[in-house]
Design a protein around this ligand. Structure first.
Ligand code: 5GP
Ligand code: ZN
Length: 136
């Protein structure tokens, strides 16, 4: 897709600090890292969100993210690691080419705060969701 920045990076029209590449995916440093070694993993084929990928493509993307995670663990020795994948504006997706964030975490502190404001699941809420999903 011509106007897509990640397609431009995949094709080499736009520079990026590439850290990994295979037949299905490319990985490069995020321009605005939340921590040292924050990497984006993108499929070579343009797709907007995760559900636009086939089962096979989704598997290949996750395998590439796993490989990048292993590289980061070995090279940067972080204290932990988050995989983050945003779909749609409400979920914080800014670039409309599906991607997985691989974010090394450090006890010394970084720019990522993952907070879940939760409430306990009720039986009624659970059955309503399961009914909607056809699993009741
Ligand atoms: P999203 O919010 O869509 O999940 O994340 C998009 C990420 O892409 C952001 O963290 C942003 O810093 C990064 N980004 C946006 N444009 C570019 C670019 O041209 N090059 C690189 N390397 N990263 C980019
Ligand atoms: Zn694209």
């Amino acid at each position: 897709m011509e106007s897509c920045v990640f397609c431009k990076i995949v094709s080499g029209k736009l520079d990026a600090y590439r850290v990994y590449e295979d037949d299905a995916a490319v990985a490069f440093l995020d321009l605005n890292p939340v921590s040292r070694g924050h990497v984006l993993v993108v499929p070579q084929r343009h797709a907007e969100t995760v559900t636009e990928l086939s089962d096979e493509e989704a598997g290949e993307l996750f395998a590439a993210a796993r490989n990048v995670a292993a590289l980061i663990e070995e090279g940067l020795e972080p204290d932990g690691l988050n995989l983050l994948q945003n779909n749609g504006e409400a979920a914080g997706q800014e670039v409309r080419h599906v991607h997985v964030h691989v974010i090394p975490r450090y006890f010394e502190g970084d720019g990522l705060a993952v907070r879940f404001d939760t409430e306990a699941l009720t039986e009624e809420a659970a059955s309503r969701v399961l009914e909607t999903l056809g699993q009741a």
